[in-house]
Design a protein around this ligand. Structure first.
Ligand code: DGY
Length: 356
């Protein structure tokens, strides 16, 4: 019976959300010898293909588009050699204990790994794979789209057009701010930050500034971008774009201090992680006119409850964490995570491994 048929049959038997034991690639006898891996979600086909065609593991999967519950996760990781997870799965001591000593490798289908406890992995000698590079272009593209949607008030304008607010052409109606001759500040000049600057350059940006834990002259000199302290980034930027990873150091780094130093015409964009921003402070800054507008692809929590005050603001554009959401990118992420997992299972070098 084909894989899809088997999955469909199981789903019919067990209901729409089930833990499917998808022994996809090996006959029963051989399978017994293979390390088991657990995949915490239905993943894009390119990733599943690599895993199932490898013949290197026996696959168990939470075959749903919705996240596996904590209870199911703890139950199903017991005794696995590899764990293929997503950014929505918290991988901490409890999960690693539940997996037990067989667990050799965790592979996350994401560039961010703030959901994984590095300390606990290191303590147990478990390796971690992740998926940088393959999503850089998609995320940078969406960041620019969000910036333009926010700065040129696109969602507000569409709403006005649909709801009768479009009276006649008026000189000052729906005016936003443009990128030409602007100063753009990047918080976190990594791969994505640099890719964003490359896309913004043709819009006529006058200068790029960046703040980071340390200067990054190699990347910055090519843009060029000037290293400044966070306060300087706030004071001089017309647009601030957050591209840094969420770490204990960056948690809440965008708060009242930053917003109070920004220009009242400035726009704040975040496509990294919601935890980098103090959302209460952002709300106050938007309501009090300390900054002009914000565009967020990430929030804390996710999803942001629909009654959250930020949703009520016209000058806040909120997207549901879609920066990497192109089909090609998601397939590339899934494939890279699968390759990392298989390499880790075999004790080989991963394509992309987080040094612990
Ligand atoms: C990641 O991979 O960490 C991104 O947030 C997904 O868009």
């Amino acid at each position: 019976m084909g894989t899809l048929c088997r999955l469909r049959q199981l789903r019919t038997t067990l209901g729409s959300e089930f833990h499917s034991w998808c022994k996809l690639q090996a006959p029963d006898a051989a399978r017994k010898q293979l390390p088991r891996i657990y995949v915490t979600r239905r993943i894009p086909p390119e990733g599943m293909k690599i895993l199932s065609q490898s013949g290197l593991c026996s696959i168990e999967q939470w075959d749903s588009d919705e996240p596996v519950s904590r209870t199911e996760l703890l139950k199903n990781v017991a005794g696995v050699g590899g764990l293929y997870c997503l950014l929505t799965d918290k991988i901490d001591a409890e999960v690693l204990d539940a997996a037990g000593p067989s667990l050799q490798v965790v592979s996350t289908m994401s560039v961010g790994y703030d959901h994984v406890s590095l300390v606990e992995l290191k303590r147990r000698g478990i390796r971690l794979g992740y998926t940088p590079d393959v999503l850089t272009e998609a995320v940078a593209e969406l960041t620019v789209a969000l910036l333009l949607a926010t700065s040129r008030r696109l969602l507000e304008a569409v709403e006005e057009a649909k709801s009768g607010g479009w009276g006649t052409w008026k000189p000052l109606w729906m005016c936003g701010s443009g990128l030409t001759d602007s100063t753009v500040g990047i918080l976190g000049l990594g791969r994505i930050g640099a890719a964003v600057t490359a896309r913004l350059k043709p819009f006529g940006v006058k200068r790029f500034l960046y703040a980071d834990t340390d200067p990054r002259p190699d990347v910055a000199s090519k843009i060029p971008a000037k290293f400044v302290p966070l306060d300087g980034l706030a004071q001089h930027s017309d647009f601030i774009i957050v591209c840094c990873a969420l770490t204990p150091e960056t948690r809440g780094i965008c708060g009242s201090r930053l917003f109070s130093q920004m220009k009242d015409t400035a726009i704040f964009i975040n496509t990294s992680r919601g935890g980098v921003v103090n959302q209460e402070d952002l709300y106050q800054a938007l309501v009090n006119g300390q900054i002009a507008a914000a565009g967020l692809d990430v929030t804390e929590p996710e999803p942001l409850p629909t009654d959250h005050p930020l949703f009520k603001l016209k000058n806040c554009v909120i997207l549901p964490h879609i920066a990497s959401a192109t089909l090609a990118t998601r397939n590339a992420m899934a494939a890279l995570a699968a390759s990392n997992l298989l390499a880790g299972l075999q004790g080989q070098a991963m394509v992309k491994e987080v040094p612990l």
